[in-house]
Design a protein around this ligand. Sequence first.
Ligand SMILES: C[S@@+](CC[C@H](N)C(=O)[O-])C[C@H]1O[C@@H](n2cnc3c(N)ncnc32)[C@H](O)[C@@H]1O
Length: 291
Amino acid sequence: MTPFSTDLPASVPDGVPDSGPRTTDAAWDPRQYAVFSGHRGRPFADLLARVDTDAPELVVDLGCGPGELTLGLAERWPDARIIGVDSSPDMLGRARELDRAGRVEWVEASAEDWDPTGSGASIDVLVTNATLQWVPGHLRLIPSWIESLTPGGIFAMQVPSNFDAPSHRLMREVAARHPRAADLQPGLDRARAVARPETYAALLLDLAPEVDVWQTTYQHVLPAAPDGDPHPVLEWVRGTGLRPVLGVLEADERERFVRDYERELDTAYPRRSFGVLFPFTRTFAVARTPR
Ligand SMILES: C[S@@+](CC[C@H](N)C(=O)[O-])C[C@H]1O[C@@H](n2cnc3c(N)ncnc32)[C@H](O)[C@@H]1O
């Protein structure tokens, strides 16, 4: 196998930062993240539908979050050893609570530092869902993850690709006119480390003979909260992309930011009789190593 170019520039052509601040400094909130768990679970199911293997021995969920979806892997493959890796102690705490039977091995590690050979066995399925957008150097890491797979092993990833959607564009615009714009910038950059689908396809095709890369735009219908209640798109991004931005502001500054941003969201995503339509594009990639 030819390793993918090891001399990527500091910022690769489609804007994926190759390094940057890690996310472990801004606490994740499992409760906020769970608000739209039904919508967030759908891409995971669509990704796993393309993972065609009957009896894997070792399955890893990298960036496992609060664990519900990882426990779903344990249900699908009851005889497999399942490891959930995440850098957030809060997310792992929730995962341990949910896993009453102690079915999964929960490991606290960042994707950057995690050793894929550390479990003592080769990995049959490595899943990473809605996580690599938080890992700026992931294009460099993917080859070593693929190398750690068994023959015929599967790497399956999904990342959001909606950074030019109004939800994120408006966040950047409100931040740009904020008095502390310079302080907000690193947080805005942090969750954008996503490449174009063709970049993932080229990288993976260099490493594995069977590769499937695709994009889907979901038309999520979010419940329309009555006027005066938080806009549902605000609630959605509060659980993810808005976290590092709000994390640097004081309480009163935060309130003002949220008020300005929500006003823009109300225009971009109107509350209708059926709810709020929230289109969301995601990129998926599945690669299988030679059997
Ligand atoms: C959007 S959540 C996705 C969780 C789960 N995979 C899901 O689909 O519901 C992103 C997760 O990535 C984790 N994460 C962020 N940066 C990480 C890093 N550098 N290494 C490992 N996990 C990270 C967060 O703690 C969070 O649990």
